[in-house]
Design a protein around this ligand. Structure first.
Ligand code: GLC
Length: 799
């Protein structure tokens, strides 16, 4: 078997769809975030993690705490040899046995742990069937020894049932009630208090948790346990719970416990014999539903069917865009992992190991929903409408809001609202679905509840944009408020006077895109077009007049008018977004471009990716915000912030600088960075939120993986900019920025009702053909006939 990108901790499977971890002691927890719909679970290479439904912080099923070092919370499976007394766990945690063999394979929608110890081979697969509110743990045990083995398999998990973490456990445990039903082979758990009031469910602190949790097993249990003390013993440990070691659980359930669930199954295996057992853990809206679910996966065939359906689900979801290039790392990220990260973790799970979440960020999940554009654009549309419903009448929006309670935070981060038109523009360019602009969605009233003011999506976008005319500084660029894309600039505009240059770039791009939209949409408004074109032109001139700092653009001004991201500053002299978006929105005039590019390369492009700013702040600055309080070189304070780093790659592609774009992208590709795992530390199969910058002693160390908006952007930049296949108003453009040394690539992609099989190679003369017919320019005209078409592009140049 060919091992792709092998290190001492693991490698990718030959098809790139699995990451195989071959030893459990990875430098950090290496996780999988599995969430095909409402129900989700996180599992690390050692078997720790947690489960939730709909909201990972407000509706957590199992207890867990973020501990970066001990990583000791999870859902366990123990195996006891009832003759020899040997006790181990099927994953490394919590017993941490010295396995003869250990492998954790993280896949798309599942994780598998294979182990061997004491002559017993075990395989445990954890997965969440699509459209179910449960997870299945499929276990197979094989006796590889020469004697008959009498084994006891025992599960264990602690109930959380509601908002997490429940640090005041002595209080919370008093509301949990558990019940064992032998006929169902299941334990049930409810909680008679919910400290949040889920939408429409009365007062918090005096309502029930509106679900019933269950933990079930396919075999008749020989024992069960619902009390943590009964299971572990008062001074016992997870590595050797007293009840498991004694081979006997107390069979307790009721209301007076420290609620947990454990189910024990006794198995006798002859030499060479194998047995399958399936555990489930899940949640129902009522006891009746929980009971139905608890009994659903008893037969091995139903478990196999569910696992097949799970794999099929993820395959079908991700396959509409597939590429083959000379670079296997690029391929496995584009074809599998980036899309999976964006969908499973960012859009559906909205939580990770390094960030427990559950809320929707107004700008965050809108940007994430770009991943659907080439896969299932109606889901981008759904996301846009969801966010439109969280916008106020004056055009502003929640900064984030919680599903379940619909509470939100209204912070004046002045870019939030603009992502709505930004995404609507992307969506329309992909689909030309003009009717979506007529979708009617209520605005929020001042009380944060849907008001009677209902507007079309078109009106929602226009109110967001038009709100800026009242929010310009005397010099004519947008006020920042309490931050813009950069959350860490949280104090810079406390008095409402600071100006954001990045926000000006962002707005200029949107205004000019909107001009194009008005020209094209049926019944487009010429007066709006004119006004926006004028407004954009004026703002571009204002930026260039007041904020060009000689060799780059200033980032912003504070309330008192002094600049940040300027040569006048000692710390935070140059910020990347003010430069990259000057290119992306065509703000920088050609005569200034060479100096700008030179500054990017000189100050920001470093060995492990483009820095978000340089040099890092060392002095906390109450007039800037919390980014100055981060350790120097960490996150927004002078690290590689992957999300922003990707815009540098896009900008280089936009300028057609293929070698620079590729060099940059490669410099922070997680797969390549992961080839030095003890240095880079984090998972090689997903993007990290940040990598420490040169002002940190850990320059190059990755962090905050999975829950980062960079996954979608990396996917888009791979497909739309490096490979250059992107939606344009007039059709699908094929304008690659081909890395040096690549001979070509192929891509399958759907677009506006047709499927395209695109193949690009280098040659002497530029030539685009669709089904053999020559086409002028670089756009495939819309065919929209539901068929598959062959597209070939010969790119001029031999490199
Ligand atoms: C975090 C936030 C995102 C923000 C970024 C930069 O990822 O979720 O909204 O743009 O940080 O500060």
């Amino acid at each position: 078997m060919k091992k792709l990108f092998e290190t001492r901790y693991g490698h990718f499977s030959p098809d790139g769809r699995e990451y195989v971890i071959t030893r459990p002691d990875t430098p950090r927890p290496w996780a999988n975030v599995i969430c095909p719909d409402r129900y989700g679970t996180i599992v690390t290479q050692s078997g720790t993690g947690y489960s939730w439904m709909t909201h990972a912080t407000f509706n957590r099923l199992t207890r867990w705490e973020q501990d970066l070092v001990r990583d000791e919370w999870g859902k366990w499976l123990y195996c006891l040899d009832r003759d020899s007394g040997e006790l181990w766990s099927l994953a490394w945690s919590p017993v941490r046995p010295r396995f003869d063999f250990y492998e954790c394979r993280h896949g798309l929608g599942y994780s598998t742990f294979a182990s061997e110890i004491h002559g017993v081979r075990a395989e445990l697969t954890i997965f969440v069937p699509p459209e179910e509110t449960l997870e299945i743990w499929r276990v197979a045990l094989t006796n590889r020894s020469r004697r008959r083995r009498r084994l006891a398999l025992t599960s264990a998990l602690e109930w959380n049932l509601g908002p997490a973490p429940d640090t005041h456990r002595e209080f919370h445990r008093l509301f949990i009630e558990t019940d064992f039903r032998a006929a169902d082979r299941a334990l049930y758990a409810t909680k008679r208090l919910n400290t949040i009031a889920e939408h429409g469910r009365g007062q918090p602190w005096n309502v029930e948790w509106p679900h019933v949790a269950f933990h079930a097993v396919s075999e008749r249990p020989s024992g069960w346990e619902s009390d943590k003390r009964g299971f572990f013993g008062q001074w016992g440990s997870a590595a050797r719970p007293e009840a498991v070691a004694a081979g006997r659980l107390t069979r307790t359930s009721g209301k007076w416990l420290d609620g947990m669930a454990a189910l024990q199954v006794n198995l006798t295996l002859p030499p060479g014999g194998t047995r399958q057992v399936a555990y489930t853990l899940g949640i129902g809206e009522s006891l009746a539903e929980a009971r139905r679910l608890a009994r659903r996966y008893r037969a091995p065939a139903s478990v196999e069917r569910a696992l097949r359906a799970t794999r099929e689900h993820w395959r079908r979801l991700l396959e509409p865009l597939e590429v083959h290039t000379p670079d296997p790392a690029f391929d496995l990220l584009t074809n599998h992992w980036l899309k999976y990260q964006a969908i499973s973790c960012r859009l559906l799970g909205r939580t990770g190991y390094f960030q427990m979440g559950g809320a929707y960020g107004f700008r965050d999940q809108l940007q994430d929903s770009q991943v659907w554009l080439p896969l299932a654009p109606e889901r981008t549309r759904r996301q846009i409408l969801l966010h439109a419903a969280h916008q106020f009448r004056d055009g502003t929006a929640w900064h984030w809001w919680h599903p379940l309670t619909e509470e939100g935070a209204k912070k004046p981060l002045n870019d939030d609202l603009l992502w709505l038109p930004f995404l609507t523009l992307q969506y329309l360019r992909e689909t030309l679905d003009w009717r979506s602009l007529d979708e009617r969605v209520p605005f929020l009233g001042d009380d944060g509840k849907p008001s009677r003011d209902v507007g079309t999506l078109y009106e929602h976008c226009r109110r967001a944009i038009d709100s800026f005319w009242q929010r310009l500084s005397p010099r004519g660029i947008p006020r920042m408020g309490a931050g813009d894309w950069n959350d860490g600039l949280s104090a810079i505009g406390a008095k409402g006077r600071s100006e954001s240059v990045w926000l000006a770039h962002f707005l200029i791009g949107i205004l000019e895109d909107w001009v194009e939209l008005e020209r094209r949409r049926p019944g487009g408004d010429a007066a709006v077009s004119r006004r926006y074109a004028l407004g954009a032109g004026k703002m571009r001139r204002a930026v260039n007049r007041h904020f060009w700092d000689g060799r780059w653009y200033v980032r912003a001004t504070r309330d008192d008018g002094t600049p940040i991201g300027s040569k006048q500053n000692h710390e935070g002299r140059i910020f990347i977004n003010a430069q990259t978006w000057a290119i992306l929105s065509d703000v920088v005039p050609p005569r200034r471009l060479p100096a700008l590019l030179d500054s990017l390369r000189r100050h920001l492009y470093r060995e492990y990716g483009p820095l978000v700013l340089y040099p890092a702040y060392r002095t906390p600055d109450a007039g800037i915000g919390y980014l100055t309080r981060y350790a120097p070189g960490a996150r927004e304070n002078g690290g590689l912030y992957t999300h922003a780093g990707l815009w540098a790659v896009q900008a280089e592609c936009k300028l057609g600088r293929a070698a620079e774009a590729w060099r940059l992208l490669r410099s922070f590709s997680p797969v390549h960075r992961g080839m030095r795992p003890d240095f880079y530390e984090v998972e090689p199969y997903v993007t990290p939120g940040n990598v420490d910058g040169p002002d940190s002693p850990h320059f190059g160390r990755g962090g905050w993986t999975w829950y980062t908006g960079s996954a979608t952007w990396m996917f888009r930049i791979h497909s739309d900019w490096i490979l250059g296949v992107r939606a344009d108003w007039d059709g699908l453009r094929v304008a690659p920025c081909l890395p040096p040394g690549w001979k070509g690539f192929t891509m399958r992609r759907a677009f506006r009702g047709a499927r395209y099989s695109i193949s690009v190679r280098r040659g002497r003369k530029q030539e685009l053909r669709v089904d053999g017919w020559k086409v002028a320019g670089d756009r495939i005209p819309d065919l929209a006939d539901g068929r598959e078409h062959q597209v070939t592009l010969i790119l001029k140049g031999s490199r």
